[in-house]
Design a protein around this ligand. Sequence first.
Ligand SMILES: *Cc1c(COP(=O)(O)O)cnc(C)c1O
Length: 440
Amino acid sequence: MSNSSKSRQRTKAEYRMRTHLIHGNFESKKWDYDHHVVPPLSSSATYRLSSAHRGAQGFFEFASEATDFTKHVPIYIYDRLEEPTRGMLEENLAYAEGGEMCVSFATGMAAISGVLGMLCEAGHEIVAHQVLYGCTYSLMTHWLPRYGVQTKFVDLKNEAALRAAITAKTRAIYFETPVNPDLSLIDIAAVRKIANRINQDRPPERQIQIVVDNTFATPYCQRPLPLGANFVVNSLTKGIGGFGTDMGGAVVGPQKFYAPLMLYRKDFGGVLSPKSAWPCLVYGLPTLATRMINMQKTAHRVAKFLQEHPKVARVVYPGLESHPQYELAKRQMTNYEGKFAPGAMIYFVLNGEKAGTHSVAALGEKFIDYIADHAYSITLAVSLGQIKTLIESPYSMTHSALPEEEKLQRGMEPGGIRLSLGLEDWHDVIEDLQEALAQV
Ligand SMILES: *Cc1c(COP(=O)(O)O)cnc(C)c1O
């Protein structure tokens, strides 16, 4: 890349990421994309094969580790193996995360179970952060042990605890950052350093792989791969999909894991339907930057409002200087231009003591119920990252899979409230919160 004369045309790679997200991959070999302004939505469970030889070739290439799937027109055989609409989305997701390849899945949970199922076999161990999305915790405690894969849960903010938890059997370190729901952060580069020290004495097949769930931040606000993760998983149902119409998940990581992940997905069967890939490809990803910029502005204003309100005991938002890991937030959560991008999720706890008779949990419930009944701009619902502002109580809802004692032990509070800011006028969101706060 050189500083050239005015007349030189920019190459497509020189355009900014926000433009790339809208115009998509410009080198797709998966479809005649060049002549469509909007990429087509294909829907065909099976594909006509012009000869038995072509069919055999298709199966051979799909299962072959030697095939470079990215520079090659695939022989489409059957939707569950490979499919063009999904393929286009995968190329763009890999690009958005700064990774070599992407394999999409039917849901975020299918993506998480896919990458862990591909990396681990019986006898292997995972080290995971002690607070995780409820279903991820349930996967690690109920199902993976049946396959002989155990998970050790530690506080990954504590580097000594991480080092102590790693054994010869450890194959994966797994965490979310920001953590769902408490919005604490895990230092990806610090975890990378620890894994590197251990990996230098291990052969390639026993290397520890770092898997980061980037659902809360989205690639607009944070790219875990350049920060040191090996794999990044996203629930496309949330911020990337953005409109709440469809479910999906994605794993982005190194090219050498493309074939095993595709084979895993083929046999466990959790493929993303092309009908769900399409809205993500044409609405979700192209509007990700614009949505996140505006939702983040609202989140910042709402976080400040809550912080100053006497009935709020604690607000956790990575964009507030009061966040206990504010310096890490500024380092780790940046947009494509390198500017601070703390996201659109807020966690807060009401002030129980000042209210006298009510416990924090009862207050939280009363507050949320008032919102559900009266707030036009805030919806009581799980999920997040949508254009509508959503509120929920993680302790009793999204994280109910964690046993009661475990939740308390891991620092989750019964009255904690999770807020996912949307695209409404921020004055309305603050006024609705103000009114509900006046009632508790
Ligand atoms: C929702 C969520 C998931 C699961 O995604 P689904 O698409 O619902 O399967 C995983 N991780 C985090 C952090 C989530 O919020």
